[in-house]
Structures are given as C-alpha cells and as structure tokens.
Design a protein around this ligand. Structure first.
Ligand SMILES: Nc1ncnc2c1ncn2[C@@H]1O[C@H](COP(=O)(O)OP(=O)(O)OP(=O)(O)O)[C@@H](O)[C@H]1O
Ligand SMILES: [Mg+2]
Length: 241
C-alpha cells in the first residue's frame, strides 16, 4: 500500500536523518518501526504523511506518488499537538470539521474509547500529558483513515492505561482492516501489535532488519508470557544491537 523507496533525507543543518531507506507497508497490516532515539523514525513518518519531502527517493501510496498530506492518511505526532483554545471534544472533532463532514456519533465513540468522557469539555491546559496523547489518538482515528501513522502513541501513559489502550487500538485497527505504521520505543509493544517489525540502524536510519511476527491475529496480553513471544522479542533486540 505504502512504498518508500531509496529515501535519503538531510536536514538543512546537514544532519542526515535517513539514508537510502526502503520500506513497504502492506495493506491491512500493522508495521512497527523501532530504533534508537534520533535514528530518523519521526522523520520517516512525516515523509510518509507527505508533510516533508526527502532529498532523494520516492514515496507512493496505492501506486500514486505522495506529494502532500491527504485525508486518506492520518498522522499522530509524538507530542499531542492539540489546539490549546479548543476543548477535548473540539480537538477530536477537528478532522471532521476540516472536511465539512457531519459528526454522526463518531466523536462520542472516540471520546469513550480513550476514556475521556468526563473531560470532553476541558481545555488541553486542564488535562494531563497522557490524556492529551489519548485526545491526539482519538483525533487520528476519528476519520477512519486508510493509513494510520502513529508516532509513540502511548509514550506518556502509565503501564495500565498503556496496556488497555494498546489492546483497544489493536482491536479497532484489526476490525477496521486499517493499515498502520507505528513507531514505538517498546520492543514488546512492537511485537505484540505488529505483523512485521522493522528495525532501523542508528542515524542515519536505514533498515537493519525486518522481522515477521507470525503470532495469531487475535492477541491478548497473556501472549506476552509465551516462549514464542519472548523469542521474537529477543530477535528484535539482537537486530537493534
Ligand atoms: N527539523 C529538523 N532540523 C534539523 N534536524 C532535525 C530536524 N528534525 C530532526 N532532526 C534530526 O534528525 C535526526 C532524526 O530525528 P527524528 O526526530 O526523526 O528521530 P527519532 O528516531 O524520531 O528520535 P526519537 O526516538 O528520539 O523520537 C536527529 O538527529 C535530529 O536531530
Ligand atoms: Mg521521534
């Protein structure tokens, strides 16, 4: 579905973030991207979303070149990037408003999904960092995008909220047949969520390894205690060394 071919990106200050990176995201699959801090993961997602153009290489979505952002693709940034003057509810409804689409219940559904009913009318300054991340996640999901790009979506959450939200996102994406590229610092989370884990090298980012997860499509948290799960986590860890 998404083809990133031979992409090199150098920032104006001379920092080479990505070097000849080639990566495919297969339709209806969840692809997790892991790698050391600063290896170019966020750069890769911004390029995939059409928000940044690389110096070299090509990006196609369903065989059409990506030149700018489209409503088929939704990106959740690493920092929540909420509009400070809008309520939680209005922030989640924003993608619908921008497309002049009527809210037919999806905003309330998303608010419930991320557990923020009580805070629907709060402003971003009145909620915690983890709540802000949940708002950003709801906003990314509200349009039911064909391709969902998630940058560390669960970073600022406590372990329990993280587990339950990871499971919900996984179930939603599977049920919707959504295609997802997810950046995470947690190897266990990558293996739990993904069909394939792509390991990037330290900066400049290139693909160091691609590991097929091959676990059942329906996954519950208990799976993390199984030897199969531990073996795949070990494989990803070795590839990161
Ligand atoms: N706008 C920018 N201008 C200059 N350099 C940048 C810019 N954005 C990122 N970089 C540099 O590019 C490299 C890759 O950054 P990027 O944010 O893509 O890494 P990352 O893998 O997402 O890191 P982290 O895991 O810490 O979020 C870093 O060395 C960073 O300093
Ligand atoms: Mg990043």
């Amino acid at each position: 579905m998404l083809n990133i071919t031979d992409v090199t990106h150098v920032y104006p200050n001379g920092v080479e973030a990505l070097q000849r990176l080639t990566l495919r995201v297969v339709r209806s699959e969840i692809t997790a991207v892991v790698g050391r801090s600063g290896c170019g993961k966020s750069t890769l997602l911004r390029i995939a979303a059409g928000l940044q153009s690389p110096q070299r290489g090509s990006i196609t979505l369903n065989d059409a070149p990506v030149h700018g952002p489209t409503s088929d693709v939704s990106l959740m940034f690493q920092d929540a990037a909420l509009l400070p003057w809008c309520t939680v509810r209005a922030n989640i409804a924003l993608p619908l408003d921008l497309q002049h689409r009527r809210d037919t219940g999806e905003v309330d559904y998303m608010i419930d999904l991320v557990g923020l009913r009580e805070f629907a009318h709060a402003l971003p300054s009145q909620i915690s960092g983890g709540m802000a991340q949940r708002v950003a996640l709801a906003r990314a999901l509200v349009l039911n995008p064909r391709l969902l790009l998630l940058d560390e979506p669960f970073g600022a959450l406590d372990a329990f909220t993280r587990e339950s939200l990871t499971q919900s996102v996984f179930d939603i994406c599977r049920d919707a047949g959504a295609t997802v590229m997810l950046v995470t610092h947690s190897i266990a989370e990558a293996v739990f969520l993904a069909d394939r884990v792509v390991v990037l090298t330290p900066r400049p980012g290139r693909v160091a390894a691609e590991i097929a997860v091959g676990l059942p499509l329906r996954r519950t948290w208990d799976l993390q205690r199984s030897p199969e799960f531990a073996a795949i986590v070990g494989e990803v860890r070795d590839a990161m060394k």
